[in-house]
Design a binder for this molecule. Structure first.
Ligand SMILES: [Zn+2]
Length: 338
């Protein structure tokens, strides 16, 4: 983090409109298991360790160790982009990275198996590396034992980090002030958008449904049982259960948004499509996500005097050798003018 060293940790979720939703920031000296454990223990106060929770991260050993001890019930999945970069050390052939990213997103296990066999034949060294490095339930959506939704990478979190390029050069207190301002602006923008929305679901999900309506037209639907349907079209068939909100294509199960098969079945069953979507995607949930206020930290002279502040030790840092690329750190006033 520039002149002042340290590492900025970020935890982020996704709102119902498929935008990043910042949960927590933390500043630590280095990415040890102990520093990640401290950060996750703080996160645990606002994000409980529940059975349905899925945490996606890169494959830093410190994070892996910390999640396994702090979030014992959650499933820990790995960022497929980071994973796809690793086999480059074993396999120089073009196309391996793109193929890993593609097959990781497949919904059905047997389709994944076929695609992974094809990958194994084409890139045997890369496949061996993946087998040794990671287990399928960590990177394949088809084999994830819990619901991973559409989240395959941590790229969006990386983009938050990239946006903080200048702020990360500030001293810690000034950096925290910048993060609070950023979160307030972020919340205000999405609060206005969600309040102004007059549709049932968030715009992102309405858009996905519209494209699936097009696919659903022309599908043939046969009633099998109470709220169970055999849906055929576009050279494929699927069994939909509208009661349990599942389809054998698995898109309905994992996205928690009706697939084209479920939409076609809902028309025959005369069931409202909005009732088949997860409540997380409702405009009401979207508004609630941004209803709270992110307050600034009071001025230092307003801090309570009767608190026993813990002893803060200096950062554990290695002294760098050589000249720094940037000699002058901009003042806080300069930042505020930006
Ligand atoms: Zn389906």
């Amino acid at each position: 983090m520039g002149k002042y060293n340290g590492v900025l940790l970020v935890a982020s979720a996704q709102d119902g409109n498929y935008h990043q939703y910042p949960l927590a920031w933390g500043i630590v000296d280095v990415e040890f298991t102990s520093s990640w454990s401290w950060f996750l223990t703080k996160l645990l106060e606002v994000v409980p360790d529940e059975d349905e929770l899925v945490i996606i991260s890169d494959m830093h050993q410190g994070i892996i160790n910390a999640i396994s001890t702090v979030y014992r019930n959650a499933h820990h999945g790995h960022c497929t982009w980071h994973l796809s970069q690793n086999p480059k050390t074993r396999c120089k052939k073009k196309g391996a990275t793109e193929m890993i990213l593609h097959i990781a997103k497949i919904y059905k296990p047997f389709e994944f198996d076929n695609a992974y066999n094809e990958f194994r034949n084409k890139y045997p060294e890369a496949a061996q590396f993946l087998d040794e490095r990671d287990s399928l339930d960590r990177w394949s959506r088809a084999y994830c034992p819990k619901t991973r939704y559409n989240i395959m990478t941590t790229n969006e979190v990386e983009s938050i980090n990239a946006r903080l390029l200048e702020e990360r050069k500030l001293p810690i207190i000034a950096l925290l002030g910048s993060l609070q301002k950023l979160a307030s602006c972020w919340f205000a923008r999405h609060r206005h958008a969600s309040i102004a929305s007059n549709i049932n679901l968030t715009p992102a999900i309405e858009g996905i449904l519209r494209s699936r309506f097009t696919d659903a037209h022309g599908m043939q639907v046969f009633e099998l049982g109470r709220l169970e349907f055999d849906v055929r079209g576009h050279g494929h068939s699927a069994i939909v259960d509208l009661e349990s909100k599942r389809c054998t294509c698995r898109v309905f199960d994992i996205d928690r948004i009706p697939c084209a098969h479920a939409i076609a079945a809902s028309w025959l069953a005369k069931i409202e499509i909005y009732d088949l979507c997860s409540e997380y995607y409702s405009t009401m949930s979207w508004c609630m996500a941004y209803s709270e206020t992110v307050y600034p930290v009071p001025e230092e002279n307003e801090w309570p005097r009767n608190i026993n502040f813990p002893l803060v030790l200096p950062l554990l840092v290695e002294k760098r050798v050589g000249r720094r690329k940037q000699n002058r750190i901009p003042s806080i006033d300069e930042f505020s003018k930006r």
